[in-house]
Design a protein around this ligand. Sequence first.
Ligand SMILES: O=C(O)CCC(=O)C(=O)O
Ligand SMILES: [Fe+2]
Length: 374
Amino acid sequence: MAKMAASVVTESGEDVFRKMFKFYKRREPPPDLREVIDFSSGAASGGKIVPFKLDQAAVSDQEAACVGLRPIRDWRAFGLQGYPGFIFISNPFLRGSQAFWVRQCLKTYSQKPNVCNLDMHMSPNDTQDIWARSVQAIRSPISFKRQPKTLLERLRWVTLGYHYNWDTKTYSANSYTPFPADLHMLSVRITAACGFPGFTSEAAILNYYRSDSSLGIHVDESELDHSRPLLSLSFGQSAIFLLGGPQRQDPPTAMFMHSGDVMLMSGPSRLLYHAVPRILPAPPQLATCLEELSCALALQMGSVLEPVSEEDWDVCSRYIQSSRVNMTVRQVLGPGQIFPLQTDDKHRMVGCHDDANSGKRKRTCSDPVGTVDT
Ligand SMILES: O=C(O)CCC(=O)C(=O)O
Ligand SMILES: [Fe+2]
């Protein structure tokens, strides 16, 4: 791979990013993962991982605990040489608190008025309560073998706040529902600790990955204010994340994202191309931590976390045994900024959610630049 990354376009004329995407997506023979950076262990860093200095005074221990985070001084935060503005925090969550956020992603944020992929071809009545319509089947011992799939198993994306329009690749004032207060609070605390006070969570895209899902090469540029960071939170199974350059064909760096890991793309890294070619089982030492997600958590006064019932956790833990959920939280508008009357096509996101199993793209992806061969 190192040899391949040396030039931007290979002999076959295929760009290096696309080639690496295919390399890591490949099943047979399985790809060599030795060059994938693992922030949890420091593996394959090649000296590229550097410590990142957090603003410890920005968030008190109690404020951190209220959203399920460890004291800031205990976080393991890193930067990556060659990627100024890219910040990686290796699972800053308190033991047991990820369960709450997983439950929010599966049970709460999937509810109306939020928008999801199923709304694209089903009536609002039929997508009314994805969780309630799915739990019984998921809890039955033969559920994962059974056909047809539950709505929860068919969920691919949910949008919050300003709902991203996959066709026009824009946000608009006309398509907005209140952003969840708990997720806003989590986002504000993380971004403040990373040196970005006053972050306003205005939109989020939640991606639900099954073991054979991937996310194509794209850049998130539809937001109108790129001076605000893009915050990414991952739960469940692990993923390989490819972080590229400002040009689509620039060679990317591969890294693992495990459950609880947090990433910020800010400054010069805010508009870098990236992709998720592969979902992988959580490594054994982290898988035990996933099983422990339901352990009782001492809740602080003022905490946004609520206890997760055993029944709910039973469904969540079955789901994340084979799935990954990622939330990207975005500030769309700068202070005092408003949407232009007519949004134009320069704010485009070329991401597309591949589902290798269905052979169909779950997101409209009209720009061929964003298309990834599967
Ligand atoms: O799943 C991930 O880690 C990345 C998600 C992403 O890039 C996006 O939603 O724009
Ligand atoms: Fe993205």
